[in-house]
Design a protein around this ligand. Sequence first.
Ligand code: CP
Length: 317
Amino acid sequence: LKHFLTLDGLDKTILTEILDRAESFLSMGEQSVKKVPLLRGKTVVNLFFENSTRTRTTFELAGKRLSADVINLNIETSATSKGESLLDTLKNLEAMQSDMFIVRHSDSGAAHFIAEHCTPNVAIINAGDGRHAHPTQAMLDMLTIRRHKGSFDGLKIAIVGDILHSRVARSQLQALTTLGVSDIRLVGPKTLVPSFFAEMGATICHDLEAGLKDVDVVVMLRLQKERMKGALLPSESEFYRLYGLTEETLAWASPDAIVMHPGPINRGVEISSEVADGKHSVILDQVTNGIAVRMAVMSMAMSGQLQSDDSSVTRDE
Ligand code: CP
């Protein structure tokens, strides 16, 4: 059993193996991924301490298509409301012979904390922790890019919006640099795209036209107000005027650029409906690819082919 907490420290070979395995699941059923027995007899528990539509549902579908027994613990109606601690909740779930916990939490470092305190018989998969990491989202984004563009060679990619609070942007940056993409632009206002991100191998752009110029891939991110805690930020209308992706601003990108967004999208804040629903958009392909990528990660973790840990992250409360 191995954990999957971050992309930090995973090399190009293992990322490519995740993508190839996900591709093999997709090619089994073209539009709908077929059921395989790889996790038969295993118990997977979805532990979502923060809300989710796409990630929770696609992990559940992925577990079921791998033939696992999948439990969704409803945190709001669980005994945590009676004062039970996180660790006591986990110990009880371990006692039910769980094999894998899928963990989402608003605290950065929460999945790592849980991995440290659980028995080694349970694999922990990070489904998004605070602003730290969202590794399966980044891998489904990589699969979507590879399926539409063929390879990562020579690609120009812009990630636009609230980079500062985005676990998706951090994991995407790690994946893209590991896969050899050298032209990665982080685009947004100074308050949301601080200069220290340049140390992660990206170019910082505070001007949307310069950021989008001739790019092959545009990734839009929403303003993550739940993580902002009183920071000085532009209003939604000002943000849309300066950084919104519309048919006019998308024209700065390559004519065959694809438009991505991890969701949830805020129409008229970071992206127009015409673009979100338009011919360049691959936003719903990302969701479909998420099932195959999560099947790949879960099956590789269960057979011990992954080890992704990050002892540098500390849990914020
Ligand atoms: N992309 C993403 O994490 O979406 P959810 O919050 O709906 O899971």
